[in-house]
Design a protein around this ligand. Sequence first.
Ligand code: BTN
Length: 352
Amino acid sequence: MAKRAVQQPLPGTTDRRIAALLNLLAENATIVVSGARIAREIGVSRSTVWRWVNRLRELGVRVKGEQHTGYFLEKVPDILTPDTLRQRLKGSVFGKRIHHFFKIDSTNRVAMELGHSGEPEGTVIIAEEQTAGRGRAGHSWHSERATGIYVTVLLRPKISPVQASLLTMMAGLSAFSAIRAQSDLKLDLKWPNDILIGGKKVGGILTEMHAEPNQVRFVIVGIGINVNQEKFPADLSAIATSLRAETGRPQSRLELLVRLLRQFETDYNQFVVNGPESVIRNFETVSSFTRGERVRVTNGVEAFGGITDGLSREGFLRVRPDGRGESVSIIAGDVTLDRSVVVVAKKQRNDK
Ligand code: BTN
């Protein structure tokens, strides 16, 4: 299929003129800009300006004013507009082709399609809101509007399909470093794709690929980070947290996304040149979960409890099943922390 030479707007992506409206308001923050001037400068009618202002308001952008008085921004918003990102990512492979959606089903779904249509390495897809955000193992990813980071990057590494899953761990490490650079929170990584704070999930990675038996065609790495959520739906509130909830103050999504993509680029270049050894080593170093943690493993065939025992040379989690001396590599399946057993075991120790 023919490659896209210039970036064509995809159906549903943010109209560049909405981004221009936002920029115009941001450049004149707290000054009233008349509807007529905005309409003239971005080339739309005054009623379109009014409609777009309301759209921005729905996203939580604090635009004051009316059609007849003009508009002003009460506060410069934390929207991940492609123009701003492009500027902040100058010189980065991720600053070249950015597709931004106010609302989309899943950035991974879009990235998959773009991968098939020949879009180049480094393409970034961002959404302010996802209506069908995908998680690992068929789970969904809660993607509340303008509160989290929902981003997918498209890569075309010359690696074998087995190595592609290591990109999940690499992305986890990149997210770990980016969050650490912005806050002094104590983070943990749970193999292969969870970013945790105090045992609760603050971020996750979903890597998908299109490959021949021995060669990857493209990989998409989707990253979700809970940044400014103040509360979660009932079924998630015990297991999910956000950076805002943990630090007690709102966090800039823009700063975090820029840090994340820059760090990702550094880590990815290293991965491509030096191979995945350092990813496996670093993951073992920062993840308390990979050693001595009681877990429950479920795969299609069996379920068993055991203790984590580091990572294999290929990056698989090693688990020593209860009652057996030898550790096994977990190649597929779900690994969950088995805190209930730890609590019982501790209680029994205390009872003695
Ligand atoms: C997980 O921990 O289960 C993985 C979550 C991955 C969520 C991100 S949000 C951006 C990208 N688009 C998706 O639909 N999913 C990933």
